[in-house]
Design a protein around this ligand. Structure first.
Ligand SMILES: [Zn+2]
Ligand SMILES: [Zn+2]
Length: 220
């Protein structure tokens, strides 16, 4: 796995090799020539060929590389059906932020479904539905590597914001308590922003949602 932050929002793009020369790109955030050059260097040094684009959710910062992934590799992004409106809204969000966004490609014909396992080569990712930050947010659990690619649900010492369209604070708290904290303590959380953490560290001391129920977002 390679994780690298891109674009004005320092969004973590995650590259997961499929064990057969392919690589799955989660939340492609490439937005400048330099960022695409970084990706090209990784592809040639690792000998990887992009095989799929998956989205945890479709906020602007997570889709900035979708145009290029389609134009250069013919890959259309896969997401959960409930995040289609978020995807459709991304160009408007770019305008509001005053950021240029290349036209987004058509979505892949296949939608990600809650609790399904998607396979690419030897890579198996279980899709878990985690709404709250975005209405169709999902996380990808990699049980072979003991980690979860978590998007903007749970961060080191923080959680995703819920003030954007489709945000829902109590849904987010439930997603974290029921889905993320249902994973083993030693699982690594690779978030959409900032450093990785572990389920156990956040369950114990996350100030917003924790196992004690004393977090700022919890009823207790
Ligand atoms: Zn987001
Ligand atoms: Zn984000």
């Amino acid at each position: 796995m390679i994780v690298q932050a891109f674009n004005a929002f320092s969004e973590n793009t995650v590259l997961l090799p499929d064990g057969g020369g392919g690589v799955v790109v989660i939340d492609p955030g490439f937005s400048t020539v330099q960022e695409w050059n970084w990706f090209d260097d990784v592809l040639s040094s690792q000998g990887w060929e992009p095989r799929a684009v998956l989205l945890t959710h479709a906020h602007l910062d997570h889709v900035m590389g979708c145009h290029g992934m389609h134009r250069r590799f013919g890959l259309k992004p896969m997401l959960h059906a409930l995040d289609e409106p978020t995807y459709a809204m991304a160009p408007r969000a770019a305008e509001l932020y005053g950021i240029s966004l290349d036209p987004l490609p058509e979505l892949h014909g296949r939608r990600l479904e809650a609790d399904e396992t998607v396979e690419f080569g030897s890579l198996r990712l279980t899709v878990r539905f985690t709404p709250g930050h975005a209405p169709g947010h999902v996380v990808f659990v990699d049980n072979q590597a003991d980690r979860v690619i978590g998007g903007d649900v749970l961060f080191q010492g923080s959680i995703g914001r819920t003030d954007l369209p489709g945000g829902d604070a109590s849904a987010l708290a439930r997603s974290i308590e029921d889905v993320l904290y249902g994973l083993p303590d030693h699982f690594e959380v690779v978030p959409g922003h900032g450093p990785s953490t572990t389920i156990g560290a956040e369950r114990t001391s996350n100030p917003y949602v924790n196992a004690e129920g004393t977090g700022m977002l919890q009823q207790g």
